[in-house]
Design a protein around this ligand. Sequence first.
Ligand SMILES: [Zn+2]
Length: 164
Amino acid sequence: MNQPTHPPLKKKRSRRQRLKFSEVWAKLWRPGLGGLLAAVGVVFLLNPFWPYVQPYSDPLQVTSPGLGDKLPHWLAYEGGAAVLGFIFIAIALLWWAFLVRNAINNTSTLWADACPNCHSPQLKRVHRHLLDRLLNLLGFPVRRYLCEHCNWKGARIDRSRLLK
Ligand SMILES: [Zn+2]
């Protein structure tokens, strides 16, 4: 039997296009990983396993089932799939929260380098508010500043405290 001849291969992507692809990949793999985790979580929540797993043929458990039977049975019939689904989705949400936090912390306009009102670099530390401390606990290294030039007062990110 003759194989059909392949159509000629498409021209290799130009260098510029390949560069673009790597840029897109660099931007998307992190949120995409969260999406993948969430998708796996949803599949587990929908529990597609039970048609493939035999329920115990011995409901009185006279013979105790081995781990090779227990694990699939737990997954398919005892809520194991839902437990794993919730765990996967929780990890995805934490991962996304981590990415959002990093994106906010890396926003240079939120840094304490200059006053957001008059762009003067003469910012003086003042006492933090409760909210600043709360943000600090959530991973935003926020300090409160007073602009010595225009008297603007507010919270900014102290980037010297960002995790490298
Ligand atoms: Zn100012």
